[in-house]
Write a protein that binds this ligand. Structure first.
Ligand SMILES: Cc1ncc(COP(=O)(O)O)c(C=O)c1O
Length: 482
């Protein structure tokens, strides 16, 4: 056999060896790209842009893998964000569990696509099995179903499409899939917290209902939907002729990790015949903890649930699922194409998951859940969740007794929003100074004031580290004083 370049995997020894060599060289480059615990090199954006723009993205002649890796290892990797750092805590952006990175290698290597069984035989069966496990985990019965998605935004979109279509069929006998929105669409309303994720607005835009269809309900002093006000607002709207088709409970708001009262929202939804969607993109991880699970309430009360695995479950981006209490809710995504998901195959037992999904080509993300759930088990996940929520409680108890800080909302999950008492400018400057030193914390606004934020997803973080960070924040603040 004549020599040729190894381009894709094959059964040949040459291709297998070359693949192994490239993966191993990549591992070496990653390991050599950092030598401390910081989250970021601290390089300023202009210098980083200059260096990266100096790379010729499409050379006339390819450089080959080794030279390309050398350049990437020199210019890019050292300035990648290191999500595993205990000094990284600004967003709902988690470090990846080690074995889940290996899962990504498996997913990328096989590159199965979840649309049809003939593109993902084992991966389809894995997703079916993982979805069944998740339905049970969140208290749904055998009538439930679900599907993996690209992230919490798409899971929310899927839940809201399903809600809209089912509501229109039930209330109006109107088939949205065939005919589009009903004539009364300008009166349809989705109710959600004023601090819910913006995917509610995006979804209503994409559904042709517009942002006007989203009614933002006020929150109480713990940043949860104020239930009395919610009742009043919805009642007033219904009297005015508006039509509540969906209520969204947020179980873990993006900034505060606050959790809406799902039982109370269920009663309101039932009163008006609305679908109840639970955006548990963040809070769903608490289901693994016997100590903290009651903080998110009973998710099985919802008609549909968004679960993100790239948040509290610590899996690589992207990994999310939409679960529905009644499997038929996902029928709204079913369409058939002769080349893809033939009905005759489905009648013979081949499952084509494209029938339940917004996406066509789709990654085999359920495999990451299978591998990490099996690796750690319930008890391993419980320890991680107990650690991260316990860390937030620890941080809150430290700063709430410290007159240098204000902390308006006690944590429910693993996020704490707080500020130095010294005012907006100081808080902004402290965050920037920390960033340049490789420590990345969050910043947001509450009641018009600039606030700092810790989103504590890393189970490797210790109380000692949190205590040291409090001292560093004060030290940066002191250095700013004239
Ligand atoms: C409460 C909540 N819902 C939904 C999302 C959207 O998730 P994703 O970024 O995976 O699309 C987020 C993102 O942070 C979130 O905080």
């Amino acid at each position: 056999m004549s020599h040729r370049d190894s381009l894709v995997l094959s059964s040949s020894t040459q291709d297998r060896d070359e693949f192994r060599r490239q993966v191993s060289a990549t591992m070496d480059a990653i390991m050599a790209s950092y030598d401390d615990e910081s989250a970021f090199s601290g390089m300023d954006p202009f210098e980083l842009r200059r260096r990266i723009q100096a790379i010729d993205v499409l050379p006339d002649s390819g450089l080959g893998f080794d030279d390309t890796l050398t350049t990437v290892a020199r210019e890019v990797l050292p300035h990648m964000l290191r999500t595993w750092s205990v000094d990284y805590m600004p967003h709902l952006h988690a470090p990846s569990l080690m074995e889940s990175i290996s899962s990504e290698l498996i997913i990328g290597t096989y590159n199965d696509s979840m649309d049809s069984w003939d593109q993902s035989p084992a991966a389809t069966e894995v997703e079916l099995s993982v979805i069944r496990c998740l339905c049970t985990l969140f208290g749904y019965d055998g009538n439930a179903d679900g599907c993996f998605t690209s992230g919490g935004s798409q899971s929310n979109l899927s839940g809201i499409i399903a809600a809209r279509d089912a509501w229109c069929m039930k209330r109006l006998g109107h088939d949205v899939k065939r005919h589009g929105n009903p004539d009364i669409w300008p009166r349809m309303r989705l109710y959600t917290s004023e601090i819910s994720h913006f995917s509610m607005d995006k979804s209503c835009h994409l559904l042709g209902l517009g942002h006007d269809a989203v009614v933002k309900l006020p929150v109480d002093d713990r940043c949860r939907i104020d239930i009395d006000q919610a009742r009043r607002i919805i009642e007033r709207d219904v009297e005015a002729g508006l039509l509540p088709f969906c209520i969204v409970a947020t179980l873990g708001t993006t900034d505060f990790g606050s959790v809406d009262d799902i039982a109370a929202l269920r009663l309101i939804a039932d009163r008006y015949g609305a679908h109840l969607h639970a955006d548990a993109a963040y809070g769903s991880g608490a289901v693994m903890s016997r100590r903290y699970r009651e903080r998110i309430g009973d998710l099985s009360l919802a008609d549909s649930i968004t679960v993100d695995f790239h948040k509290m479950f610590l899996l690589p981006i992207s990994c999310s699922a939409i679960l529905v209490k009644d499997a038929s809710l996902l029928d709204c995504f079913e369409l058939h194409a002769d080349y893809l998901n033939r009905q005759e195959d489905e009648e013979d037992g081949y499952v084509n998951l494209v029938d339940k999904s917004i996406q066509t080509t789709r990654r085999a993300d359920a495999l990451k859940v299978l591998i990490s759930f099996m690796t750690h088990g319930r008890d391993g996940y419980e320890r991680m969740i107990d650690t991260v929520i316990g860390n937030a409680d620890h941080f809150h108890s430290r700063i709430s007794g410290d007159e240098d800080f204000i902390c308006p909302v006690a944590p429910t999950l693993s996020s704490v929003v707080f500020a130095l008492r010294d005012g907006d400018e100081v808080n902004r400057a402290v965050r920037r100074a920390l960033l340049s030193s490789g420590t990345v914390i969050g910043q947001t606004v509450k009641d018009g004031r600039v606030m700092l934020k810790f989103t504590l997803l890393n189970p490797a973080l210790t109380h000692e580290h949190i205590d040291r960070l409090i001292e560093r924040i004060k030290a940066f603040r002191d250095r700013l004083k004239p």
